[in-house]
Ligand binder design. Sequence first.
Ligand SMILES: Cc1ncc(COP(=O)(O)O)c(C=O)c1O
Length: 401
Amino acid sequence: MSVDKVDFVPFSVPSIGKEEEDAVLNVIRSGWLTTGKITLEFERLFAEKLGAKFALAVNSATSGLILAMEALGIGKNSKILTTPYTFISTATAASHLGAQIEYADIEENSYSIDPAKIEEKLAKDSSIKAVVPVHIAGNPCNMKEICRVAKKYGVAVLEDCAHAFPSKTDDGFCGTLGDIGVFSFYATKTMTTAEGGMIVTNDEKLASRIKKMRLHGIDRDVWNRYTDKKASWLYDVVEPGFKCNLPDLLSAMGIEQLKKSDSFLEKRLAIIDQYNKAFSKYDAFILPPDGKGNAWHLYLLGLNFEKLSCTRDEFASELQKNGLGISMHFIPHYHFSLWEHNENLLGNLTKENGGFCAKNFPNCEKHFLRTVTLPLWPDMSEDMVEKVIDVVIQTGKKYAK
Ligand SMILES: Cc1ncc(COP(=O)(O)O)c(C=O)c1O
């Protein structure tokens, strides 16, 4: 055991090699930095990998969520339904469009939105126009049941796949199971372009709307304006659009990361296997849901307080003190002060009918209070993995009841 050799294990480090460096340098030297043929190629390869008809590159998953919701017709007098157990932009994407947010709890034994709770909400509220399941940590939600319920009530399914590349179910890759899916290429994700995202869909109408709206509502691709034989200055603006395109500079990195994505997943799986084997020996720990097809973006370790005499925060501080870069996924949305002065963004969860608070989301709160996210990235050394295991187990022993 050589854990003493490692002072600190970072929470996440992107795996960037010479291939990415060369690809980015080539773009810098090419004279074309922004969206162009490299981005088109990135989109083509991404769509091919997932088996989707359309893939549209954007500058973040947050912009992708806004564009996807806009294309689905989410706006004033409509609502989206998601869970409080996600990153804030899953929900606030809707508020940028003037829509409201409705929330349902997650399942008891996973971090995924509960399809039964979705049905309860949809049965009562016809202004909900889209359900937004989030494949937390890469673990696929119960998409069969979510899609069945959504279809019954005639609402769209927008998959938040920020963690879910490449998560897979028997019915195909996450992102292709509902009407539309949005991926993130933020620096800590399973593949990265530093910042960036991808929208995938099989629906031509949605794809065509998003294409326009991601670039000012212009009716043709801007890069074509300068390469087409037709007049380069000629374009029409048909809608008040946004500015969310992904430049070639970042897409070049994306292409190289995509090529490596299978080997990234294999390396993650090898680390997960070691974590699971080590932690399953102790009843102080609750292993993450072992969903088939999980992309394993994150390793969420549950703490069993029947066997531990500490709080999650005390346990987490001890991990940090002993050299682990850890995190917490997620702070449920009802803990944010945002709602104190923005109650109008919420759907039915106003103060009058019980409020947007922990007691109405017992599963979210239970998971929140017991979860820590451990370091996990493809190029972690064997010593680092051993250090994580050692520090977690020693901390478990320190606080054992
Ligand atoms: C579940 C979830 N959705 C959406 C996002 C937004 O991604 P981006 O940073 O690419 O906008 C994140 C970012 O971490 C996320 O975790």
